[in-house]
Design a binder for this molecule. Sequence first.
Ligand SMILES: Cc1cc2nc3c(=O)[nH]c(=O)nc-3n(C[C@H](O)[C@H](O)[C@H](O)COP(=O)(O)OP(=O)(O)OC[C@H]3O[C@@H](n4cnc5c(N)ncnc54)[C@H](O)[C@@H]3O)c2cc1C
Length: 192
Amino acid sequence: MIETPVLIAGGGPVGLTLALALSRQGVRSILADPGRITPVDLPAGLAPFTLADIHADPRVSLRPGWCLFGFERFADGVTAHLMQVQGDGQQQVRAGYLVGCDGAGSLVRNFLDIDLEDEIAVAFGRGRVILAGDAAHPISTAGQDGLALGVADALCLAGHLAQATDGAHDAKPLQSYEIERRPVVRRIRTGG
Ligand SMILES: Cc1cc2nc3c(=O)[nH]c(=O)nc-3n(C[C@H](O)[C@H](O)[C@H](O)COP(=O)(O)OP(=O)(O)OC[C@H]3O[C@@H](n4cnc5c(N)ncnc54)[C@H](O)[C@@H]3O)c2cc1C
C-alpha cells in the first residue's frame, strides 16, 4: 500500500491549486484524476503560482487515468481505493487526509452522504475527508464565481492541512477550514 499525507481526488483547477499550495508548505500529495491532468491557466492574481508547474513539482505525485472509487475512514487516516480508467489496475492508498476536489457531482460528497442546501454542502467533509471547490459548492447556473471560490478554498485548506500534517498545531483542519470558508461561500452564493 502506498502512503501519503494527503490524497487529492480530482485534478481540476481546485485539486491542482491544493497540490501546489501544499507543496509550497512542504507537504507531499498524490493527485488522481480519470483524465489527462492538463492545467488550465488561472486568471492573473488568483494564486501565487502557475498550475502548469505541477508537472515539475517533486512533492506532487500525479496519477492521470486513475479515479477514486471508494474509501474507508479511520481516526488517524483514510484508506482510499483507486482504479485505472483504462485497464484493470487497482491501488490502495493510505492517506492522512483525503480531499474531494472531484467537481459538482462529487463521489466523495455522495459517499459521505452529505446533502446540499442552497447549492452548498451542509458539511464540508467528515473527519479526515474534506470537500473543496465545486464538490463543496456546486456551480450555480450562471457559473460565474466557481473558480475563484474554489481556488480560495484550496489555498485556505492547504494552510490548515500543512499545520495538521506537521503534527504541531491545528489538529482539526476540517473545522478550521469550514469556519473560514462557509461564511464566504454563503455570502457569495446566497447573498446572505
Ligand atoms: C460553462 C461553464 C462556464 C463557467 N464559467 C466560469 C467563469 O466564468 N468563472 C468562474 O469562476 N467559474 C466558471 N465556471 C465554473 C468553474 O469552471 C468551476 O467552478 C471550476 O472548474 C471548479 O473546479 P473544481 O476543480 O472544483 O472542479 P472541476 O473543474 O469540475 O474538476 C473536477 C475534477 O475531478 C475529476 N474527478 C471526478 N470524479 C473523480 C473521481 N472519482 N476520482 C478522481 N477524480 C475525479 C474530474 O475528472 C475533474 O478533472 C464555469 C463552469 C461552466 C460549466
